[in-house]
Ligand binder design. Structure first.
Ligand SMILES: [Mg+2]
Length: 420
C-alpha cells in the first residue's frame, strides 16, 4: 500500500518558550517559570510555562494574577520572540541535514520524512535518538520525538513521553501501545469531538478504531471515516518538502487612526475592522492561519509586535479578533496612547488540509459563523461597505476617516518589514 513503510518523525521542543528563557537565565532553571505578557500592562496572561510551573497547575492563557495565586513563587519573564524564532530556525537546520522533507508545525514542532534518504539506513529509532542528543547538546533545549510510518502516530509519539524522549509507535505494536490511549490524544480530536465520542462509549483510540465506520459516518459525516482511518494508522498525507509551503506567507492589515487609541474598547473597534478584512482575504485565498501577530505603535517611535499560535487554525474574524485582543490586553501599556495598530495572520495552511476537519467537528457553530461572515461579505459587496457594520465598530467610527479604504494598509508581506 502506498505510504506504508515510510519513516516519519515528529519532533517537539519541550516547554519551548520557557526552555529558551531558562537557557539565557540559568538561575531560573530550578524555579517554576512562566513566560507572560508585559508586566506593566494590567491584563497580562501566561504564554508558556516550564514543567515545574505546570506541576503547580499554571495554565497557558490564564491571567498572571491567577497563576500567582496557584504558585506564589512563580517567576514571570517577558517573551523574547526573536530568540524563539532563532532557536526554531536552528532546530530546522539540524533536521534539514537529514532530509529536505521537514514540515514545521508552529515554531517548536516539525515532521520529518526520512524515507529514501541516506539516513534511513540508521533506522527511525536510532535516528530519533541521534536528533534528540544533538538538539540537547547543540541548542541546550530538549525535544521529544515520535517515530512511526505516518504523521498522526508520529505526533502521538512525541506527546506520549516527554521531555527528552523518543517513542516508537510501529504498526505492529499499534494494538498494545496506541490503542489504549485516550481518544482525545489523537490529533484532530478536540474536546467537543471527545465528548461526543464518549457519549457513544468510545473512550480510547482502539475503541474508535474498532467502531464500525458506518456508525462514525452517521455521527460525524465524512470526518468520522477519516477519524476511523487515523485511529487505524491510515494517514497517507505527505510531509511537505521545505519551501513547498504556500507562496503567500501572511495576510495582514494595519490602520493609522484619526485620533489616539486610549482604551481597549478603541483597540477592539479598530481590530474588528482589520480582522474582518484579514479574514475575508484568508477565505478568498483559501487559507487558514495558525498564528496571529499584532503590531502596535504610539505617536512617537515606540512600536512592537507580539504573536500567538491559535488552538485551531482559523479564517474567522471573530477568532482573529479574540487573539488580537488577548495579545493587546496582555502587552499594551495603557499609559501609551496608540496611533497605528495592525494585525496579521501567518503560518498559512490550505483550508482544504485536514485541519479543516476540526473546524467542522469541534462546533457546528463555527461553520455557522463562517457562513454568517461570508454572507456579510456578500452584502457588503452588493450594497457597499457601510451597509453592515459591527455595533462596536460603528460606535467608534470617529477613529477612522469616512473613506475607510484609504486608511487601511494591506500588507502583502507583513507588518515586520513594513512601517505601520
Ligand atoms: Mg512543544
Amino acid at each position: 500500500m502506498e505510504g506504508q513503510g515510510r519513516i516519519i518523525l515528529h519532533a517537539d521542543m519541550n516547554s519551548f518558550y520557557a526552555s529558551v528563557e531558562c537557557l539565557h537565565q540559568p538561575e531560573l532553571r530550578a524555579k517554576p517559570v512562566a513566560v507572560g505578557g508585559d508586566a506593566e500592562a494590567r491584563h497580562g496572561i501566561i504564554l508558556a510555562k516550564n514543567q515545574l510551573a505546570k506541576k503547580y497547575g499554571v495554565k497557558t492563557g490564564e491571567a498572571l494574577w491567577q497563576a500567582r495565586q496557584k504558585c506564589p513563587d512563580l517567576v514571570i519573564v517577558h517573551p523574547h520572540y526573536d530568540q524563539y524564532m532563532r532557536f526554531s530556525r536552528l532546530a530546522r537546520e539540524i533536521y534539514g541535514e537529514y532530509t529536505d522533507r521537514v514540515e514545521p508545525f508552529g515554531l517548536d514542532e516539525c515532521w520529518l520524512d526520512v524515507t529514501g534518504t541516506e539516513s534511513q539506513r540508521k533506522g527511525g529509532e536510532a535516528l530519533a535518538q541521534e536528533l534528540r542528543r544533538r538538539i540537547k547538546a547543540e541548542l541546550g533545549v530538549t525535544v521529544s520525538i515520535g517515530v512511526s510510518d505516518n504523521k498522526i502516530f508520529a505526533k502521538l509519539g512525541s506527546d506520549y513521553r516527554k521531555p527528552d524522549a523518543v517513542t516508537v509507535f510501529s504498526r505492529r505494536e499499534m494494538g498494545e501501545k496506541v490503542w489504549p490511549l485516550p481518544v482525545t490524544d489523537l490529533l484532530y480530536v478536540g474536546p467537543a469531538t471527545g465528548r461526543k465520542l464518549r457519549s457513544y462509549g468510545v473512550e480510547t483510540i482502539g475503541q474508535l478504531a474498532l467502531t464500525p465506520p458506518e456508525y462514525l459516518k452517521s455521527w460525524f459525516g465524512k470526518v468520522g471515516l477519516m477519524l476511523h482511518g487515523f485511529a487505524n494508522g491510515y494517514d497517507l498525507t505527505p510531509v511537505a518538502r521545505a519551501g513547498e509551503e504556500s507562496p503567500v506567507k501572511s495576510v495582514g492589515n494595519s490602520m493609522t487612526t484619526t485620533r489616539d487609541l486610549v482604551s481597549l474598547e478603541d483597540i477592539s473597534a479598530v481590530y474588528w475592522v482589520l480582522c474582518e478584512s484579514v479574514a475575508a482575504r484568508l477565505r478568498e485565498g483559501g487559507f487558514l492561519c495558525r498564528t496571529v501577530q499584532i503590531g502596535l505603535r504610539d505617536f512617537g517611535l515606540y512600536s512592537f509586535e507580539r504573536q500567538l499560535t491559535l488552538e485551531t487554525p482559523s479564517c474567522l474574524a471573530s477568532e482573529l479578533h479574540r487573539a488580537a485582543m488577548d495579545l493587546a490586553a496582555a502587552n499594551w501599556d495603557e499609559r501609551r496612547p496608540l496611533r497605528s495598530i495592525g494585525v496579521r495572520g501567518t503560518e498559512l495552511i490550505p483550508a482544504s488540509s485536514p485541519w479543516q476537519l476540526s473546524l467542522f467537528q469541534e462546533e457546528a457553530g463555527r461553520e455557522k459563523k463562517e457562513r454568517l461572515e461570508r454572507s456579510v461579505e456578500e452584502l457588503r459587496r452588493r450594497f457597499g461597505k457601510a451597509v453592515i457594520g459591527r455595533a462596536a465598530a460603528r460606535l467608534h467610527a470617529d477613529l477612522w476617516s469616512p473613506d475607510l479604504e484609504k486608511t487601511q494598509v494591506i500588507h502583502p508581506i507583513g507588518l515586520l518589514k513594513t512601517p505601520l
